[in-house]
Design a binder for this molecule. Structure first.
Ligand code: ASP
Length: 373
């Protein structure tokens, strides 16, 4: 099955269906609307989209543009789901995952579980550009980054260290033993006096933040896709992953085909949210293939969400334990964001040329999310 647009355009231009099919099999979107400068991302990427758009307008490469945009979020200590300031693993160490894909050269690069580097997306790009490998992990990824002149730094901020200590303390009973039950930290009460004393300058708002993060371990990521008017597309995904994870846990974000996939002939897709569920359906690749076979970006992300739900027999009670989000950008500039639960993160960021980006609503699959605690 070929994209409806191809067949419609071909009829307008008086081509036979077989000629259209031949054209379509060569380049699926060759006859679709002319591409334009457009950048989309997860909702935390308003600033990333704006920066990437500035660069696209100035004629920079699409991958350089989206990586420069995402670097702003990686370096922002206030975003606790990406880069510097991201929430750490259960041992208090920040471990980052990222990957990039460059449409025009069909190349990609990735780093998993890298420590001590604020901008993992840049290292993923270096892996793509400077090696014959696709993915470097852990210690090797860090050594590679250092060889290229990157400085190893402490990625914990005062805020993320406090949240980690509150979480850690919440897991222990009075005698100091671990009492983790596998839930979401229902045992969290109040930070102890000792903890209070260790952070004398912390105000109630910051403490409230730390308690909330301890009770509700977060996920969070940035995915950013950029298309230019020449019809070139690239993408990047970067994350600190699931907070309080087991050291070494790798999510979907650095996995080409799950956290990100770009095909210069079709478009790109990416994901944020519960990575394990995305890996099980190879979400980004699934979405791009859906678009290749004629689905609109909206239909393509909804289909991916349905596959996630099907892995749980569409049981809302089990699905309520997590959320997941997809983003898709097609070569003709059409795009969509989609989210599993209508009560969750319902927006995604878009910039099609304005100095400031805007948020647009995602399509959603499920309503009435059951309470899990
Ligand atoms: N997808 C990321 C991961 O599983 C986290 C997230 O986006 O929330 O590591």
């Amino acid at each position: 099955m070929y994209p409806r647009e191809i067949l419609m355009v071909s009829r307008q231009h008086g081509l036979s269906t077989s000629a259209a099919l031949a054209a379509a099999s060569a380049v699926p979107f060759a006859n679709a609307a002319a591409p334009r400068n457009i950048v989309i991302s997860s909702a935390n990427g308003l600033i990333a989209c704006a920066r990437a758009m500035q660069m696209l307008k100035a004629g920079h490469d699409t991958l350089d543009a989206v990586v420069a945009g995402v670097n702003l979020v990686e370096l922002d200590p206030e975003d606790d789901s990406v880069g510097y300031g991201g929430l750490p693993n259960e041992e208090g160490v920040v471990e980052l995952d990222a990957c990039v894909m460059h449409g025009p050269t069909r190349r990609c690069g990735s780093v998993a579980s890298i420590r001590g580097i604020k901008t993992p997306s840049k290292i993923a790009k270096l892996v793509m550009e400077q090696t014959h490998h696709v993915m470097l992990a852990g210690e090797g990824a860090l050594r590679f980054a250092k060889a290229w002149g990157y400085k190893e730094e402490d990625l914990l901020t005062e805020k993320s260290r406090l949240a980690w200590l509150v979480w850690k303390q919440s897991l222990r009973d009075k005698s100091g033993h671990n009492n983790w039950t596998g839930g979401t930290g229902a045992s969290v009460k109040k930070p102890s006096v000792a903890l209070r004393e260790a952070f004398p300058d912390v105000d109630e708002a910051m403490l409230g933040y730390a308690l909330d993060r301890a009770m509700n371990p977060i996920t969070g990521t940035i995915n950013c896709l950029g298309l230019n008017a020449k019809g070139e597309i690239s993408g990047v995904t970067s994350t600190s992953g699931l907070s309080w994870k087991i050291p070494g846990r790798v999510g979907d974000s650095p996995i080409i085909g799950a956290g990100l996939f770009v095909d210069q002939e079709v478009g790109g897709a990416g994901s944020t949210g519960r990575g394990e569920e995305n890996i099980r359906i190879a979400g980004a690749h699934t979405i791009v293939e859906n678009m290749r076979h004629g689905m609109t970006p909206k239909e393509a992300v909804l289909d991916a969400l349905k596959r996630v739900a099907r892995n749980y027999d569409n049981d809302p009670v089990r699905l309520a334990a997590f959320d997941i989000h997809f983003y898709a950008l097609r070569m003709d500039g059409e795009y969509a964001g989609g989210t599993l639960w209508s009560s969750g993160k319902k927006l995604f960021a878009v910039n099609d040329g304005a100095p400031q980006s805007r948020l647009e609503p995602c399509v959603t699959l499920l309503d009435n999310r059951p309470k899990t605690n």
